[in-house]
Write a protein that binds this ligand. Structure first.
Ligand code: S2G
Ligand code: ZN
Length: 464
């Protein structure tokens, strides 16, 4: 734990009352959504200005105190967990939208701006911030940048990385860098902005981000299609992609639907039940576009790839169909799921999922396994639900023992052990299944350049 004398000194760097050490705050701010590690920070500090962030980093370098960034605390890889007496730097008090430029279509955000706040701001300006996912109501822009958050619209709009026009960072040495200056074109050497996106706070803190906005989509329309088996989903993707510019293509299993319908607040998409469901979305800008979607649906039924389906006819129906997919994560959290967030190139998905499903059913015969995810961009979420009878530790240990086979399969298909949730601490020990030894050495060299004293979120992405 950090020496209390040092904590008193830390208090002088920020406004009064902006350093918390009470047990409740330490427990609440020292964690994210994962449950693998007990939070044990020394203190929580709430800077208000860039200068205060720089002062905190310099203080941490002087006294070799580890700092952990904290935003919306919705992370899923323990990247924002302080389990070893670190000082948590929370950006809750740096949560303002500072500027908007209609010509550049950019918004300058402090890192503590909530994702949904930016989405609403864009909508109010007649524009659209297109990165969206289940936790957008509480995640923060700084954390979205730290993990290069993806979500449900990546197939059309890409990940957070695509929407950062520029940003200011305080490096692990305490230097303030202004990266890319919001330029569209800028060929002046390494784009250091891209290093900080996805770095999980291990190189420094994002203290300001200029986010790009997009035109608003028109008449978004969703379809949910029941498929007789998993193998039918990819032909459905190809059939619709051939005709429509999709804004989303998701999937979930009937077991996921069971959990959602069990809530009692979301209507079933249609009478028929199916082993798997695809949820796709497109802009029905014209009647012809909508007719094309229906014609493609008929084609998929004739091919035997689809058993039944429904297309939204109103905004409310669109929202209800999305609830079937977006509510999965929150709903299943009740069963303390063991999560894998894996990806391969789209063409490899059928063979990859067949291999993984064989491993999972062979090794977890008595566990409830739920499949869902952003299959249109090759990202699958494998969630194994904890049986009542098993303790969390016993359960996580059993699941982790199979990780080797799961990640060997990821490696076999040249995939990623972490598609969008980041590495943090939960995937740290499996990094070599996706990154070569040489790459990991180069990443460590980059970290040493930005954080020579190793105070920035140590133990995340790689072991200290
Ligand atoms: C999703 C949310 C987190 C999870 O629903 O797409 O990324 O895996 C997930 O539960
Ligand atoms: Zn996801």
């Amino acid at each position: 734990m950090t020496d209390p004398v040092l904590i008193e000194e830390l208090k002088t760097l920020v406004e009064p009352g902006k350093v918390l050490t009470d047990a409740e705050s330490l427990a609440a701010y020292g964690k994210d959504w994962t449950k693998h590690f007990a939070p044990a920070p020394s203190a929580i500090v709430f800077p208000k200005t860039v200068e205060q962030v720089q002062a905190i980093v310099r203080w941490a370098n002087t006294h070799k105190v580890a700092l952990v960034p904290s935003g919306g605390r919705t992370g899923l890889s323990a990247a924002a967990v302080a389990a070893n007496g670190e000082v948590v730097v929370s950006f809750d008090n740096m949560n303002q939208i500072l500027d908007f430029n209609a010509t550049d279509r950019t918004v300058v955000c402090q890192p503590g701006v909530v994702t949904a706040q930016l989405q609403q701001f864009a909508e109010d300006k007649g524009l659209y911030y297109p990165v969206d996912f289940a936790s957008a109501g509480s995640s923060q822009i700084g954390g979205n940048i730290g993990t290069n958050a993806g979500g449900i619209k990546v197939i059309r709009y890409g990940m957070t990385r695509n929407w950062v026009a520029g940003m200011k960072v305080v490096t692990g040495k305490g230097d303030l860098l202004e990266l890319n200056k919001d330029l569209i074109k800028n060929a002046t050497g390494y784009d250091l902005r891209q290093l900080f996106i996805g770095a999980e706070g291990t190189l420094g803190f994002v203290v300001e981000a200029t986010m790009r906005l997009e035109r608003q989509p028109t008449n978004l329309t969703a379809m949910v299609l029941g498929t007789p088996d998993f193998d039918s989903i990819m032909p459905v993707l190809h059939a619709f992609q051939d005709k429509l510019d999709l804004t989303a293509f998701e999937f979930f299993s009937d077991k996921c639907l069971d959990k959602i319908l069990g809530r009692g607040d979301v209507p079933a998409p249609f009478e028929t039940r199916a082993p798997f469901y695809a949820l796709l979305e497109f802009e029905a800008t014209t009647e012809e576009r909508a007719d094309q979607a229906l014609a493609t649906f008929e084609h998929c039924v004739n091919e035997g790839w689809v058993i039944d389906g429904v297309m939204s006819q109103s905004e409310q129906q669109l929202q209800n169909l999305w609830k079937l997919r977006e509510y999965i994560s929150e709903t299943i959290s009740h069963w303390t799921p063991y999560k894998n967030d894996i990806s391969v190139t789209v063409s490899k998905v059928p063979a990859f999922l067949a291999d993984i499903d064989a491993i999972v059913s062979q090794n977890y015969p008595d566990f409830e396994v739920l499949w869902y995810g952003h299959i249109g961009d090759g990202n699958l979420h494998l969630n194994i639900l904890k049986p009542e009878a098993l303790s969390k530790d016993e359960f996580f240990e059993k699941c982790a023992s199979v990780n080797k086979w799961v990640f060997e399969t990821v490696e076999k298909y040249n995939g990623s052990i972490s598609a969008e949730h980041g590495v943090g601490m939960t995937k740290r020990d499996y990094l070599e299944y996706s990154r070569s030894a040489a790459e990991i050495e180069y990443m460590k060299a980059v970290k040493a350049a930005f954080d020579p004293n190793g105070i920035m979120n140590p133990g995340k992405i790689f072991a200290v």
